[in-house]
Design a protein around this ligand. Structure first.
Ligand SMILES: NC(=O)c1ccc[n+]([C@@H]2O[C@H](COP(=O)([O-])OP(=O)(O)OC[C@H]3O[C@@H](n4cnc5c(N)ncnc54)[C@H](O)[C@@H]3O)[C@@H](O)[C@H]2O)c1
Length: 336
């Protein structure tokens, strides 16, 4: 019997899917409530063969504390909270559910974009308080939308944006040129993206190059009055620099679904006029949550049955994966 721990809120909304694991003979524990920190995770993981995690950290210490662990499944597209190198080194597979939430996140990106250019959130608040302000917005046709990252979500946003008559440009060092051409997206360098975009939307992962990319220097180069949207990761922004760019009018509006610290403790973006913050719900639709949960459960079932799963972040792990009871295939001996 393998033991599975789910701390993922996304999966725990589809608890019934965990029955597929139980039917396969595995013992499943669910932990709800506050997102565990790295220390709590390290205390929890030792008896488990599989983890299904949300945004809680799985760092090298957590992996070291889990001698039986064979798979970390992330229902979602990001894996920046998982130390994939440490997992791979230990023979632990890390899986994600690529593409399954792209349409939901792209829908939410458009919702934030439209809310920003028509000031929906602040106007609705004033009307609720008895006011009737007639603020003037921006029409989208002919405006330029700049995408940082043209992966699954960036492309889904581009498709939607064309329907609104937006010109779409994108920066992505690894973009597929044929796909960009088919979507009528012009690939440009970062400097051109900053200077031409009326609306800038972030869809890149957090890497050495992109962490806090949108800082004071970056913001000095954006078009005056630009709108900034972030449905990717909070770490892409220097939140203090973005807050002062909104306060000074350099940015006319900001809408984000993600923050550097979640839930936020003291983000300078919260409560600022011109800024809309949603609580990391871009992927939270019934349809996307179900697909994410199904795919995460399937990848756990696969790894525990020694079948290569879809969505392996680093396929290199498969040649030296751990097998039953913490035995490493590479060494053929128990490591616990
Ligand atoms: N808000 C949410 O709930 C939510 C849900 C899903 C995904 N996300 C985030 O959205 C982002 C995109 O997800 P995706 O599914 O499209 O991923 P993806 O891997 O399909 O696409 C990411 C793209 O970013 C590009 N990229 C890498 N480095 C770059 C750089 N320096 N500059 C520009 N582009 C760069 C990659 O080449 C790739 O095309 C990720 O950060 C993910 O964590 C957020």
């Amino acid at each position: 019997v393998s033991r599975v721990l789910s701390t993922s809120r996304a999966l725990n909304t589809h608890e019934a899917l965990l029955d597929d694991l139980r039917r396969a003979g595995h013992q499943v524990d669910v932990r709800d409530g506050v997102t565990p920190d790295a220390t709590t995770m390290a205390e929890l993981v030792s008896p488990y063969h599989a983890l299904i995690v949300g945004l809680e950290p799985v760092d090298a210490a957590v992996i070291a504390a889990a001698p039986l662990l064979r798979v970390v499944a992330r229902p979602g597209a990001g894996y920046d909270r998982v130390d994939v190198a440490a997992a791979t080194e230990a023979g632990v597979a890390v899986t994600i559910t690529p593409g399954v939430n792209k349409d939901s996140v792209a829908d939410h990106t458009m919702a934030l974009l439209l809310a920003s250019v028509r000031q929906i959130s602040s106007l609705a608040t004033v009307v609720a308080a008895g006011g009737w302000p007639r603020a003037t917005g921006m029409e989208l046709r002919g405006a330029t939308l700049g995408l940082l990252g043209l992966g699954a979500i960036g492309r889904a946003v581009a498709e939607r944006a064309r329907g609104f008559g937006l010109e779409v440009i994108a920066t992505d060092p690894f973009a597929d040129r044929a796909v960009a051409a088919r979507l009528q997206v012009q690939l440009v360098g970062l400097h051109e993206l900053m200077s031409r975009s009326d609306i800038l939307s972030l869809h890149a992962p957090v890497t050495g190059e992109t962490r806090r990319l949108v800082d004071a220097r970056f913001l000095e180069q954006v078009k005056p009055g630009a709108v900034l949207i972030n449905t990717a990761r909070g770490e892409l922004l220097d939140e203090a620099a973005v807050a002062s760019a909104v306060a000074s009018g350099r940015l006319s509006a900001v809408a984000v679904d993600v923050l550097a610290t979640e839930p936020p403790t003291s983000s300078p973006l919260i409560g600022l006029p011109g800024v809309v913050v949603t609580p990391h719900i871009a992927a939270y639709t019934h349809q996307a949550l179900r697909r994410m949960a199904e795919m995460a459960v399937r990848s756990v079932l696969d790894v525990l049955a020694d079948r290569k799963p879809h969505g392996l972040v680093d396929p290199a792990v498969w040649s030296h994966r751990r097998s039953t009871g913490g035995v490493r295939a590479r060494f053929g001996q128990a490591d616990t």
